[in-house]
Design a protein around this ligand. Structure first.
Ligand code: ATR
Length: 281
């Protein structure tokens, strides 16, 4: 009998996860099926009870349920607890265990372009929302202590840093301060929604002082190349768009569910084809 996997979110209609995971099931000869379930916030608890009764093997969780799902799980991994959000759940003989693969998905993608070890890399995270939190805590957990956080609202950046349970150097900065010191970073990561479709001309901060060869990353993938990345590439930076984080969080979930680490290039190609774009700046 087919093993059932899924995604709980609202909205989920445009998610690329079903196509990505179902392609992998076919490719690896796994008798599984992944379905996107549109679940309203007030129905989340009942949805989880229903999926458990149907013996679902595992599922992903997306907006707006990544935090609220936690109360319905039997166990939560330490990193996901510190992040305060779950995006991947395994059903282990009726016990639901929650993980967060967003931050590690980002790191896997980042590791394809950085040349130094994470412990020697000076990083700037722009933004202090849920995505920034997953990335900061996962980077710190993997031994990257040199992380500054810059945000429009400075107090949120300070709070995010103070809630990280792993050792951190660096500080919280205003966007102006980060712009003035942009030349000191090896890696700059935009986690805000600034530049996302339809406001594609906006950039989160000025790159006037950016040095060539800096790695500049944007977790946005619509558009594939944000104005921020285009400007960074114009200044000689190495750029990384949001597709890598998306496919790697999916690859890590697929691995947790099936034991098979999938071909990330295949997943990336499928997503890029679906987005109908080019990855080069
Ligand atoms: P997510 O969970 O996807 O990370 P979020 O929690 O809504 O999203 O966080 C959005 C982040 O983008 C925040 O850091 C927000 O800054 P504030 O804390 O000041 O609100 C940042 N952000 C959103 N719109 C912005 C804008 N127009 N300019 C600068 N920062 C912005």
């Amino acid at each position: 009998m087919k093993k059932l996997y899924g995604l709980l979110g609202c909205p989920v209609e445009h998610s690329m996860s079903p196509e990505m995971h179902n392609d992998l099931f076919t490719y690896y000869g796994i008798d599984g099926y992944y379905h996107a379930f549109h679940v309203e916030a007030e129905n989340l608890g009942n949805a989880v009870i229903g999926l458990k009764a149907l013996n679902i093997e595992g599922f992903n969780v997306t907006i707006p349920h990544k935090v609220s799902i936690m109360r319905y799980l039997d166990e939560i991994d330490d990193i996901a607890l510190n992040i305060g959000a779950v995006n991947t759940v395994i059903n282990n003989n009726g016990k639901l265990i929650g993980y967060n693969t967003d931050g590690d998905g980002f790191i896997k993608s980042l590791e394809t372009v950085i040349t130094k070890s994470l412990s020697d890399t000076k990083i700037l995270i722009i933004g202090s929302g849920g995505a920034a939190r997953a990335i900061l805590i996962s980077l710190a957990a993997k031994g990257a202590p040199n992380i500054d956080v810059s945000n429009r609202t400075l107090t949120s950046a300070s709070q995010l840093r103070s809630e990280c349970q792993f050792k951190l150097k660096g500080s919280a900065l205003s966007l102006k301060e980060a712009e003035e010191n942009i030349q000191q970073y090896d890696v700059i990561i935009n986690t805000t929604s600034v530049g996302m479709h339809p406001n594609i001309d906006n950039i989160p901060l000025s790159l006037n002082k950016l040095l060539p060869h800096t790695v500049v990353s944007d977790i946005i993938y619509n558009p594939l190349q944000t104005s921020f990345l285009i400007e960074a590439a114009r200044r000689g930076a190495v750029t990384l768009n949001g597709v890598g984080m998306f496919v790697n969080q999916g690859a890590l979930a697929f691995h947790k569910w099936t034991g098979q680490f999938p071909d990330v290039n295949r997943m990336e190609q499928l997503v890029i084809n679906k987005l109908g774009g080019h990855t080069e700046c």
